[in-house]
Structures are given as structure tokens and as C-alpha cells.
Design a protein around this ligand. Structure first.
Ligand code: PMP
Length: 406
């Protein structure tokens, strides 16, 4: 059976509404995706029936909550094909996961003369934490150049790789351009000089299956809310060997084994990195989102999404006065552009008035905006429930915006 997008749309109640008297066309999935009923139900059922603190083991509700919470961790483990659920650490999202690695790993491993490489197309979440840690340790943060097409310059990357490089942190899919980076090559090349590699999967996990063992990355991070799950929950995958060596980034309850005023010993993985009461409902909601995706044919989903994106690219290329930002060959989920002579924000407002939700601005990726010489772009970003009709609605709304602006 082929992918039935109309049936899928019925699973997302928020899509069935009018915004500004027009049917909602939601094209801001790069910022956050909408949630299917099964995710909303999983969260409300948890609060209705099982709400309790986890790992306290004192009563039935707590046991139940703990069971669901740890089952959710296993769901994430399978989703990424990690070899053990001990390698899955709950975080608030991608940002916290990168900070965890930058501070836990970086503060103890980096020193003067070392280098951390990030690409020129990173989200601020994958620049600023490394900058902070480099400032403290005396290591140097170096940006890997991109080409005029907005692709990673692999030759330049190879030229940068030497024994000074201790860490490479790179986005899998750029949220600002949609470029898909050749992360398997990046990981292999970085490992040859003994560097560790983190992949920021925030914009990738919704689009295709990830296998961290095949990739052989040291860390992989993502946010639940960009994967049809709730906000405030995400995950860090890390190789157990590395996580075991790392010192926790935050202290508190749950992450300890014993505490005296003289000394604290830490809990085993994964709890060592999870101080305080976790986002239990969030973890359960995220697992429900993964289960939602799992009952679909992910290859069909990917094909459908590529078809919608290719159609959007075709229309964009033929559209007068539109300049695409980034023209990578491998891309996913994102159409980033400017209209000659119009401020992206004005265009965004005029689209919103017609029920079309896009994001405008620098997309938390100022360095790549500077590279392309624009203060920001208009970004339409697609999810599995978007259709070619949504693309047509976007361009019809752009026609009207142009008439109003010029
Ligand atoms: N990296 C990328 C590529 C992103 O798209 C985002 C979210 N826009 C982040 C990191 C940060 O994710 P979060 O805000 O969920 O922590």
C-alpha cells in the first residue's frame, strides 16, 4: 500500500483548523512538528493514570511510571539502534545534549593547542557551547568551510584534519539550508586522526532511520519536538565507553551513588547524567511519537517527503524574484529563500495572514546567513503530513504577498 497522506493528516488534530480565516498550511516543521493524537493521548493518560516520581519504588504508581519511563528509553535505543539503553541519556533536547557533551567531555579532555571543528552551517546550539568550553580550556574552535552551494567542503575538511583535532561536532541536516551532510564520511575521516564525533540529528531523525552503530558516531543528539513528540525532551546517544569516562555536567539527586560532605560517587549509566526529576511525561510522549512513526513505512514516508520537497524546489526555481539560499544536491525538509527587494519578516507576516505558517529570520544560524550575505531567510520546512497542495498554497500566498509589497 502506498503512503496515505490524507489518513495521516487525520491523526494530527491541530491541522484541522482555520488560521486567519484560511485553512492552516503548517510549514514550520523545522522549528517544531505537530503531534499526532497518540502522542497527546500518551501524555494525558500518563497524567490521568500513572503520574508519580520514577525510580523511588515505594508504591505501585511509582513502579508503573518507572516502567513506562524506562520502556521509553528502550524505544529510543531501538530507534537509533544503540547497543544498550544505558547509552541513551534523557535531556531537554538537542541544545542540552550538546552542552552536556561539550562540558562533560570537553572540559576534561581539551587543552591549549587542541582543536574542535564545527561546520560553517551549524545552529548556534552547536557553536556556542564549544566556544564556551574552548574559552575555558584554551582549545581553538575552527569552522569547516562550506561551498557556494551550501554543502560541506569535504576537501577543506580533510585538509583541516590533523593530530590537533580532538573533536568534530556537525549537523546532520542543516536547519537553515536543508543540506544533508555526508556524516558517514566525516565520522570515518575524523576517527582516522583520533577525533571524537558528535552528530546533531535535530533535523534528521524525522526524515529517515538512523543507525548509530553503522554510522559509528561517538555521540548523536536530537529533540523530541522535531519528531512529532513533546517539547522539553530529547536524547543523547553516547558510546558507553566514553560516557563511562566522562564526569557529569550537572549534579543533584538521582545521579549519585553515595554522598558525604567529603565526597560523592556517581550512579551508573545512564543515571549518572540525569540529575533531578526527569521529564517523565515527555519521555513517554516521545516514545509514543517513535511508535507512531514505526507503524508507518518509513521508506514511503521518506519518498513522500522528498517528492513534496522536490516539487517545492521546482516551483521555487521557476519563481520570479526568488533567490534560493543553499542549493545542495542532498537535501531534506527545508526550502530557504528570499524575495528580492522584500524583508523576510514582511513576507512571513503576509503569508501568515493567508494561513501559511513559515519561519523567517536567521534560524539561529547567523554565520551561514553572513556567508550568503543575507540577514535572514523565509523558511518553509516540511513534515510527513505536508502535501503538494501545501506547496501550491505557499506559492499562491507568495503571489499575493508580492502584489501587496510591490
Ligand atoms: N540543531 C539544529 C540543527 C536545530 O534545528 C535545532 C532547533 N532549531 C537545534 C539544534 C536546537 O534544538 P532544541 O531547541 O530543540 O534544543
Amino acid at each position: 500500500m502506498s503512503f496515505n497522506v490524507e489518513a495521516v493528516r487525520q491523526d494530527f488534530p491541530i491541522l484541522q483548523q482555520q488560521v486567519n480565516d484560511q485553512p492552516l498550511v503548517y510549514l514550520d516543521n523545522g522549528a517544531t512538528t505537530q503531534k499526532p493524537n497518540s502522542v497527546i493521548d500518551a501524555i494525558t493518560n500518563y497524567y490521568r493514570c500513572d503520574n508519580s516520581n520514577v525510580h523511588r519504588g515505594a508504591h505501585t504508581l511509582s513502579d508503573r511510571a518507572t516502567g513506562h519511563f524506562e520502556q521509553a528509553r528502550k524505544t529510543v535505543q531501538k530507534f537509533l539502534n544503540a547497543s544498550s539503553s544505558d547509552e541513551i541519556i534523557w535531556t531537554k533536547g538537542t541544545t542540552e545534549a550538546i552542552n552536556l557533551v561539550a562540558f562533560s567531555w570537553g572540559l576534561s579532555e581539551l587543552k591549549q593547542g587542541d582543536r574542535v571543528l564545527v561546520s560553517h552551517m551549524e545552529h548556534h546550539a552547536n557553536i556556542v557551547p564549544w566556544q564556551m568550553v574552548c574559552q575555558r580550556t584554551g582549545a581553538e574552535l575552527v569552522a569547516i568551510p562550506v561551498t557556494d552551494q551550501g554543502e560541506l567542503d569535504l576537501n577543506a575538511f580533510e585538509a583541516l584534519l590533523d593530530e590537533r583535532v580532538k573533536f568534530v561536532s556537525m549537523v546532520h541536516v542543516s536547519n537553515a539550508l536543508g543540506t544533508v551532510n555526508p556524516v558517514a564520511d566525516v565520522i570515518e575521516l575524523a576517527h582516522k586522526v583520533g577525533a571524537r564525533v558528535l552528530i546533531d540529528g535535530a533535523q534528521a531523525v524525522a526524515h529517515w532511520s538512523i543507525d548509530v552503530q553503522v554510522l559509528d558516531c561517538d555521540f548523536y543528539v536530537f529533540s523530541g519536538h522535531k519528531l512529532y513528540g513533546p517539547t522539553g525532551i530529547g536524547a543523547l546517544y553516547g558510546k558507553a565507553e566514553l560516557l563511562n569516562q566522562m564526569t557529569p555536567f550537572m549534579g543533584g539527586g538521582e545521579m549519585i551513588e553515595t554522598v558525604t560532605f567529603a565526597e560523592t560517587t556517581y550512579n551508573r549509566l545512564p543515571y549518572k547524567f540525569e540529575p533531578g526529576t526527569p521529564n517523565i511525561a515527555g519521555a513517554i510522549g516521545l516514545a509514543a511519537a517513535i511508535e507512531y512513526l514505526n507503524q508507518l513505512d518509513r521508506q514511503q514516508v521518506e519518498q513522500h517527503e522528498q517528492d513534496v520537497l522536490n516539487y517545492a524546489l521546482e516551483r521555487a526555481e521557476a519563481y520570479e524574484g526568488l533567490r534560493l539560499i543553499g542549493s545542495a544536491k542532498q537535501r531534506a525538509g527545508v526550502l530557504s529563500f528570499v524575495l528580492e527587494g522584500a524583508h523576510p519578516q514582511d513576507v512571513g507576516m503576509l503569508l501568515d495572514q493567508q494561513g501559511v505558517a513559515v519561519r523567517t529570520g536567521n534560524h539561529c544560524a547567523m554565520p551561514i546567513m553572513d556567508f550568503f550575505g543575507v540577514p535572514g531567510t523565509i523558511r518553509a520546512s516540511f513534515a510527513l503530513y505536508n502535501t503538494r497542495a501545501d506547496v501550491d498554497a505557499l506559492f499562491a500566498a507568495l503571489d499575493k504577498a508580492k502584489r501587496l509589497l510591490f
